[in-house]
Design a protein around this ligand. Structure first.
Ligand code: ADP
Ligand code: MG
Length: 389
């Protein structure tokens, strides 16, 4: 969908849901992480960019304290008193937007004074594909409410508010990567983010000049972040840091790995090794992009994938197939992206080779008997914003 038609769809949906005109339309993008996986909650480095798939929210303020939310597709309409948002009162998709309103209260907004809102969402970010539809949803609403309620909180506090929403109201123990990318990204750039102190810097990606494109290969294998594998990886990292006497795995260097191997059980050691080497790869990717451009980062992407597959064990056969078949078809580099256990891989490919890579990946999936993946190109895009009407 074009931006104009998405903005129109959001306005039209709002009219149908709430029987009046919205005050405006805001949007926030999904993201892919170029490199740096599971490093965020270890206070390390990540390197995401926003994609040209966005969640749009049409919104208008209310005089009372009621918040009402509706979303295009298979989502039921929900409403709540703004004073009554707790993890216990939330269920389903509306925990994300209601949690966001609550989160704004936690970082400085006075929710007793702002009044309520009606919000209608429409999105072309695929859900649960590892492209962070959840952050796109939260961040679109955060910028809409920040402006509508005249909070002027600033982007860094909006990152905190939306991340608190996901951690404490939704109950997904995720780091600040997703919300930072959605709120802070810029066209043609990656966001180099230090998850220890939230400092960030945009680094030119330069895909256009080099004739390169990023393909997303959505395996359509679904993941469930809030439970299982993600939580157990996080626990392993915390255990590793505790045993080694550091605040977070960020504080370990390659030199510390020998000691880590002596002190940790074999599995925990591999989890720790992934984080230590992945942090190093993010720094090397930034340096390589600056010195030599995007064509030179292929090996780093591949090494990252191998580490997630073998050490962190968060890949699945479909993601491995995506990476291997893209490389066999001539990709510059490829890796799974996002939390793992399904979701998407990315491949850095020549613009002229997009069709060949797409066809060969589809063929490899068909031969293996996997469900057909969805493959599409993404452009590094702008962060959350108000849309012009
Ligand atoms: P991801 O963020 O990788 O897409 P998550 O599991 O973190 O996956 O978030 C997906 C969930 O976010 C959905 O199950 C739904 O509850 C909520 N969500 C995301 N986008 C929308 C939307 N446009 N409308 C309603 N709910 C949404
Ligand atoms: Mg998410």
């Amino acid at each position: 969908m074009t931006v104009t038609s998405s903005v129109e769809a959001a306005r039209a949906g709002f009219r149908t849901a709430f029987g009046r005109e919205p005050a405006g339309v805001w949007s926030a993008p999904g993201r892919v992480n170029l490199i740096g996986e599971h490093t965020d909650y270890n206070e390390g480095f990540v390197l995401p960019f926003a994609i040209d798939r966005r969640t749009y929210v049409a919104l208008a303020a209310r005089e009372d304290r009621t918040a009402r939310v509706a979303s295009a597709g298979d989502f039921d309409d929900r409403e709540i008193d703004l004073g009554g948002i707790t993890a216990a009162t939330m269920s389903g998709w509306s925990a994300y937007p209601f949690g966001t309103a609550w989160g704004l209260g936690r970082v400085g907004a006075d929710l007793d004074r702002v009044g309520g809102f009606d919000a209608y969402f429409t999105s072309d970010v695929p859900l649960g594909a590892g492209l962070s539809s959840s952050a796109a949803l939260e961040c679109s609403l955060a910028v809409a409410l920040d402006e509508t309620w005249r909070l002027d909180l600033g982007r860094d506090r909006l990152v905190r508010a939306t991340n608190l929403a996901e951690n404490q109201i939704v109950g997904a123990p995720t780091g600040i990567l997703d919300q930072s990318a959605s709120l802070l990204a810029a066209p043609d750039a990656v966001l180099f983010l230090d998850c220890r102190d939230g400092t960030h810097e945009l680094v030119a990606l330069g895909l256009e000049e080099e004739g390169l494109t990023v393909l997303v290969i959505d395996t359509r294998v679904t993941h469930a972040h809030a439970d299982g594998g993600y939580a157990s990886r996080r626990e392993a990292c915390e255990r590793g840091a505790r045993t080694l006497g550091v605040r977070a795995l960020r504080d370990l260097e390659a030199d510390d790995l020998a000691r880590a191997q002596q002190l940790l059980d074999e599995e925990t050691f591999r989890r720790v090794r992934h984080i230590v080497t992945e942090n190093r790869r993010v720094l090397e990717t930034v340096a390589t992009l600056r010195r030599r451009g995007p064509r030179a980062i292929g090996e780093l992407l591949l090494a990252s994938h191998a580490s997630m597959r073998d050490d962190f064990e968060i890949s699945v056969p479909e993601l491995d197939r995506a990476v291997e078949s893209a490389m066999a078809a001539g990709a510059v580099g490829a890796r799974m992206t996002g939390g793992g256990f399904g979701g998407s891989a990315i491949a850095l490919v020549e613009r002229a080779g997009v069709d060949a890579v797409t066809e060969q990946v589809l063929a490899a999936f068909a031969r293996a008997g996997h469900e057909e993946p969805e493959i599409f190109a993404v452009q590094p895009s702008a962060g959350a914003r108000r849309e012009q009407e």
